[in-house]
Each structure stands twice: as C-alpha cells, then as structure tokens.
Design a protein around this ligand. Structure first.
Ligand code: LLP
Length: 438
C-alpha cells in the first residue's frame, strides 16, 4: 500500500525522512507526494523480471503513461532504460519533452487523430498499435507522406472476461478496443496491414484489463495470441517478431489487499508462452509488457487537511462521522467511477482514541463525492488534522478535473530527504486562462 520510503515516527508519517507536517507546510494540501526512489525501483524491478525470465526473448517494458506522466517522470523512465506507452498526442508530447527516445515509444488509442498519427510517424516512434481498419489506411498514408516504413502491431481481443470492474475490463468481445480473434476481424486486419508496403507488421498486442489478480487470464491471452502467430507462420512462411501482453497487474489499496508482483507474473507468462510456442513449433517471440498502475500506483500518497466533521445519526441509530477534506472527486474520481476503495490514516500525530465509523468526503457539491465510503478512524479526528491516503499514484492526478473550479493539486517528488515540485499546483489564474472575455 505505502511506498518503500514511508516511515512512522512518534505517530507521524514521514516520506524519505520528511514529516507530513513539513510537507503540508511547504507545499500545501491537497497534494500528491511521489516517492521517486520507489518509482525507479519498481520500473527497474519489472524490467529485470522480464529480462530474468525471457533472457534474449525479453522485449520492452513500456510504462503506461496514462497512469501518471509528467516531464520529470518521463526523465525517470528514460534513466531506467525502459520504454513508454502513450495513447494521445498529449502524452506523446510529455514523453518527448522528457527526452524519451522515440525508438522506445509505442502509440496506442482507438481513435488517433490525423495530427496525432502525423506526429508519431514524423518523430519516428517505434510502434503504432492499430485498433481499426480505418486507422491502418491512415497510418499507411502518413508513412507514405513521410517516406517511411512504420512499425505497427495489431491490438487483438482475445475474448477473455478478466475479473475486474466492468469499466476497466477490455478483452471480452463486446468492447471498443481491438480486433476480435474469434470473429475473424483480427485476421482481416493482418491482411489489411500486409496490403500496405509502408507498414511493417511487428506482431500482436492485447491488454485484457486493469487491476487484475491471478495470472490465468494473462496466460490465456498469451495462448490465444500465439495461436494467431502460428497461423501467420503457416500462411506466410515467416514469423512475426513481437508479442505485447499489455499491463493490468493489480496493486494493494487496503491493508489486507494483495499485489501481483513481477516475480509471480513473469514466470507465469514464460511458462504460458513457452508451452504455446512448443505446441505450435514456433520460436519464442520478443515479449513486451505495459505496466502502469503497478509501477506508479504504490509510489504516491495524497495528503489532505480535514476542514469539517459532522456526526450523522443513521436509520438504525448508529452514528456515522462525515469527515470533509480539502480535495475529493476532482483529484480522485476512482471511488465514484469504479467503487474503488482506499485506506486513510491521520498523518501528523498518533491517537489512542477509540475508532468511530467514518466516511471521508470531498469538498465538491455532489453527494457522490466520496473518498472513502466506510472506514474506522480515531474519534478525536478534528479540523486541522492531516489525512494521508496511500496508493493514489495511478489514475489519480492523471484523471483529475477542475469540477467546481477547484484547482488541481501539485505533485511533489521526494527523494533522498529532499522534496521538489514536479507538477505545480493550479491557481485561479490557470482556471481563468481559457475564458474569453467579450
Ligand atoms: N496498456 C494498455 C493498452 C492500456 O489500455 C492500459 C490501461 C495499460 C496498458 C495499463 O494498465 P495498468 O497496468 O495501469 O492497469 N482509469 C482506470 C484504469 C484504466 C486503464 C486503461 N488502460 C482506473 O483508474 O482503474
């Protein structure tokens, strides 16, 4: 749940030795604090695990930028020697601004604009992952315009119902992503790519969903994609070099949650890939993966300040304490969108008070603006207390909004006992900057 350099001294939370009180005083609340060393270790950990298992067949770890990206994070990715998966022109711009080599960039998206395709092809990204027949023609035309041969992969739908929230499950049939293997759409897409000499088909991709536990669904996806690689070999007499098995590895949000560790995922993928390749007498392709949440999720916590509390008597006579913090659904939409659950602690002091049934809510004008629906917190919690929520690094700041014209919080990187702003706090001038006055 917490990043590696979190400690508790005298009841107070510290990141890399800096107390929550000092972090709040220096940077304000709400704010995201990211443990830089932990981020780097996780990125390197996934890369090492891929290399340890697949050896010369290890492809690339593409960090999924949608989980959270900033120029500083892109620089860390570059330092760690891994690649990046971007799914919009905006994410591509940040990756390039962070100095990531286009040869380590993979471009996703089910509706890439012509401008986005133009930019990706002209800077020379390694792979564009194709998601529709329209796009195959568009990328080919753009490659022709730039007089290039563009590396592409096909995003396939292996027809798997991954066990996660419906909104973040992506590989069953009735979904907007990918070409279905079962319906024959995937094979038609193979033929469509081959009809364009400006495109080099590098292999197949699947991403079965997010926040997934257990390795069976990943293994099944690998097996189905490899069957299609075998069909390709049978029909065309040559093998495609790469298989990208996406991301989606689950992390812990609550104290009793599990985490899907690299040391569990990689051996499972290797055994599934090896078995399927042996079955089809195929060489093992280069294996790539795209973890986002598993790298950045646990590195970050959100720090809020309590503004008000209110005790509400419920129908059964029990009391629920509503604890309002200075952020909410604009910096963490996940509870409203996916019923996501989070944990919280009072960050700046110990408490021996008995616990009380509580609900942590935000400051927005909306009943559903809930940070934590049910949690026991010390009964002496009061305005001015700091509350830390762990594991908010993935899809927190990256999905933040300005709902109710609330400025989005900053992101502060903490490393070796020093803290620095990597994304500054928005202010009212930022909020007004887009308005056009008559
Ligand atoms: N690769 C592709 C093609 C993806 O679409 C995604 C996530 C990933 C990799 C990274 O997945 P991860 O390892 O982070 O689970 N907003 C949702 C998650 C949406 C994920 C979309 N695609 C959430 O807050 O849970």
């Amino acid at each position: 749940m917490w990043s590696r350099n979190i400690s508790i001294t005298n009841g107070e939370l510290h990141l890399s030795g800096i107390s929550a009180t000092k972090l709040a005083k220096d940077f304000g609340t709400p704010a995201f604090f990211i443990d830089e060393a932990d981020f780097r270790e996780r990125a390197i950990g996934w890369n090492n695990a891929l290399r340890d298992e697949f050896g010369s067949h290890a492809g690339t770890v593409y960090y999924a930028a949608k989980a959270f990206i900033s120029v500083a994070v892109a620089q860390w990715i570059k330092d760690c020697g891994i690649g990046i998966d971007v799914c919009t022109g905006g994410e591509l711009a940040v990756a390039l601004a962070g100095g990531i080599d286009p040869a380590k960039i993979e471009v996703h998206g089910n509706n890439k604009s012509l401008t986005e395709i133009d930019k990706a092809v002209s800077v020379g990204v390694k792979t564009i992952v194709m998601d529709s027949l329209h796009e195959i023609d568009r990328v080919a035309a753009m490659a022709r315009k730039h007089n290039k041969v563009q590396g592409v992969m096909l995003r396939l739908t292996p027809g798997i119902q991954a066990h996660t929230h419906e909104s973040i499950s992506t590989a069953h049939e009735d979904v907007k992503f990918g070409f279905s293997i079962a319906s024959g759409a995937a094979w038609a897409a193979v033929e469509a790519v081959l009809a364009h000499p400006e495109l080099e088909l590098r292999g197949f991709h699947s991403h079965i969903g997010s926040q997934i536990f257990g390795t069976e669904s990943f293994q099944l996806a690998a097996d189905r994609l490899i069957s299609l690689l075998a069909k390709y070999r049978d029909v065309y007499g040559k093998e495609l070099p790469e298989l990208d098995l996406g991301g989606g590895y689950g992390i812990a949000y609550l104290p009793d949650d599990e985490t899907l560790e690299p040391g569990e995922v990689m051996p499972a993928l290797r055994s599934a890939v090896t078995a399927a390749c042996e079955k089809h007498k195929l060489n093992i392709p280069m294996i790539s993966i795209e973890p986002g949440r598993a790298i950045v999720g646990p590195t970050t916590f959100t720090l809020y300040e309590v503004g008000t509390t209110k005790d509400v008597v419920l129908e059964d006579g029990a009391t629920r304490r509503y604890i309002s913090v200075d952020g909410g659904m604009s910096d963490n939409i996940r509870p409203s969108l996916y019923d996501a659950q989070y944990h919280a602690v009072i960050a700046q002091r110990a408490s021996t008070a008995k616990s009380i049934s509580s609900r942590v809510v935000g400051k927005h004008c909306e009943t559903g603006d809930i940070v934590i629906r049910d949690i026991s917190l010390p009964a002496d919690i009061a305005p001015g207390d700091l509350i830390a929520i762990p594991a908010t690094g993935a899809y927190g700041r990256s999905m933040a909004s300005n709902y109710n014209h609330v400025p989005r919080p900053p992101v502060i990187a903490v490393n070796n006992g020093k803290a620095r702003v990597i994304v500054r706090r928005e202010n009212e001038a930022d909020l007004l900057a887009l308005d056009v006055k008559e």
